[in-house]
Design a protein. Structure first.
Length: 546
């Protein structure tokens, strides 16, 4: 049994989730459900990033503590992920003692191994607010592309930055230009790991294109040592005397959450975190699922920490999504140009959202969410293809066979199609090609509807009842196997079908339903969404933006 580790990116706990963020996270749940169905040993973890600068900035704006902001949104995230069917083994948070202890242990190990060193540097200081500024508290003009950027990274060209690199700098809190003052901090010696990281990246040509290109660009430019601590009030304390009032920087601390969450899960369940982190005990595959903006932190920073600590498994598969736009424009939380997940879940089924974000998501290139595409995706594909095949088959059995699956022969060609589909779709999922996997399954659904239409069981029932029983028996086998194949993508509707047919737990292998099985509690899988909702939702979006 292989050990499959899946780390989902940690959303900042400073505001509600929008669809673009969920689009980058959902592949993690598809992977977890798929590998569990295969019978592998899976650990799927994530949590809320409660120490990030966005949390502290939001707290200042609302006049409350960062802890209060983080707690509010952590609870909201938990509820959203629950409603969307995310199957985390643990979804935790960074502002708790367990995480702090693990991060401090990693810090001390890096220091002991010579990958952290103290250095006095000029740090950005705001005289108006009387404080040193974290990098994200500084905004200015990017020296590479000329766009407005934060002091740690430019969102436009993805360049990793230091506040000193920016021109026209301003404090994010008060808007005044900051000055420079000396401060002592620890630096992570990334330059010492340049060759090791280059060799590691070179061994992973199968990463997504954005991950390969961005990472190679950083390596070609040459890795610079980077500050690992900052003067902050909110975060993980540096575990050394003389550094009181300073914190371990969030870019080093947040990625360490993958390990701390694994250890917390083990402590709470008596599981073995070592099985997913220590090589030598068995085969490990580690997936990391996140957006394009987080690529360097997962392909360089986190591997550098793991190499520096020693003895821990580095990332294998990088599932890095491109960006999702909204009605052709970039999501903007500040301008309220967003579809907020709690709001959408109050009106639409989670499987409809999951289906759209995989089938039309930003897997290899930027993708767009529009209300027109969403409604037509639901009505045409979920309802019109999948729901239609399930309902027409089981309703016919209810009407003509007393609700019991007829005895019959399973069509050999369909058995071959389905068995091949397990192999093909499974390989696509493992390699991060979720859209292709889902499309291959829906191609089979369309073929199943065509088979139903061509065989005309309503005619067969009168002219050749045995053929009718064979047709419906085969269609039920198709449905049972579609449940297995689609449950990583559509867990709620697959759960309904499982209850209709009293199916076993999903498994990634051919399933058979015996004749005489009672169909129970049949109901429509999906309701049609009135197309008038397209205009209503679009107008609502424009109203909030204005």
């Amino acid at each position: 049994m292989a050990a499959i580790f899946i780390g989902g990116a940690w959303p900042y706990a400073n505001g509600s989730l929008h669809l673009g963020r969920v689009a980058s996270l959902l592949p993690g749940d598809v992977l977890a459900r798929y590998y569990r169905a295969k019978g592998e040993n899976v650990l799927y973890v994530s949590g809320s990033d409660c120490h990030g600068t966005p949390v502290a900035v939001q707290a200042v704006q609302e006049g409350i503590s960062p802890g209060d902001i983080a707690a509010r949104y952590h609870r909201e995230f938990l509820e959203c992920f629950r409603k969307l069917g995310f199957s985390y083994d643990l979804y935790t948070r960074t502002d708790q003692e367990f995480h702090h202890c693990v991060v401090q242990e990693l810090f001390l190990r890096l220091l002991e191994n010579g990958y952290l060193y103290p250095k006095t540097v000029q740090q950005t200081y705001c005289e108006t607010d009387g404080r040193f500024l974290p990098d994200r508290y500084v905004e200015g003009t990017c020296p590479v592309c000329g766009n407005r950027a934060r002091g740690d990274q430019c969102d436009y060209c993805s360049t990793l930055l230091d506040p000193a690199d920016l021109s026209d700098r301003a404090c994010k809190i008060c808007g005044n230009p900051p000055v420079e003052r000396p401060a002592e901090h620890f630096y992570l010696a990334l330059s010492r790991l340049q060759e090791e990281l280059a060799a590691y990246v070179g061994n992973h040509p199968d990463w997504r294109t954005n991950a390969v290109q961005l990472t190679e660009r950083y390596l070609e430019e040459g890795l610079m040592d980077r500050a690992a601590t900052r003067d902050l009030d909110w975060g993980v304390d540096i575990p050394l005397e003389g550094f009181e009032g300073k914190k371990i920087y969030v870019w080093i601390e947040a990625v360490s959450g993958y390990l701390s969450a694994s250890k917390q899960w083990a402590a709470e369940t008596s599981g073995s975190w070592e099985a997913f982190w220590q090589d030598g005990g068995g085969e490990i595959t580690a997936y990391y699922v996140h957006g394009k903006d987080n690529v360097p932190f997962h392909t360089l920073i986190w591997p550098a920490i793991l190499f520096g600590v020693g003895g821990l498994h580095v990332p294998d598969r990088i599932i890095s999504s491109e960006y999702m736009t909204l009605e052709g424009k970039k999501f903007s939380t500040s301008r309220n140009w967003a579809v907020w997940v709690p709001d959408m879940l109050s009106r639409y089924e989670p499987d409809s959202i999951r289906y759209f974000l995989i089938a039309n998501g930003p897997e290899k290139r930027d993708a767009d969410f529009s209300w027109r595409a969403f409604v037509h995706s639901h009505n045409g594909e979920l309802l019109g293809a999948f729901g239609n095949f399930v309902n027409r088959t089981l309703a016919f059995i209810g009407k003509s066979f007393g609700g019991r699956v007829p005895h019959g022969k399973t069509d050999g060609e369909w058995k071959r199609i389905l068995e091949k589909l397990y192999l093909d779709a499974g390989l696509l999922i493992e390699n991060g090609h979720f859209k292709e996997a889902l499309e291959s399954i829906f191609a089979a659904i369309r073929l199943a509807n065509k088979t139903f239409d061509e065989r005309k069981p309503w005619v067969q029932l009168k002219e050749n009842p045995e053929d009718c029983r064979d047709t419906l028996h085969t269609c039920v086998q198709i449905i049972a196997n579609l449940v297995n194949l689609l449950q990583p993508f559509l867990p709620f509707s697959c759960g309904k079908i499982s209850s209709f047919l009293a199916l076993e737990q999903p498994a990634w292998t051919f399933a058979s339903v015996p004749g005489d099985r009672q169909v129970n509690g049949l109901q429509l899988l999906f309701e049609r969404i009135d197309v008038s909702r397209i205009e209503e939702e679009t107008l609502e979006l424009e109203k909030y933006r204005l």
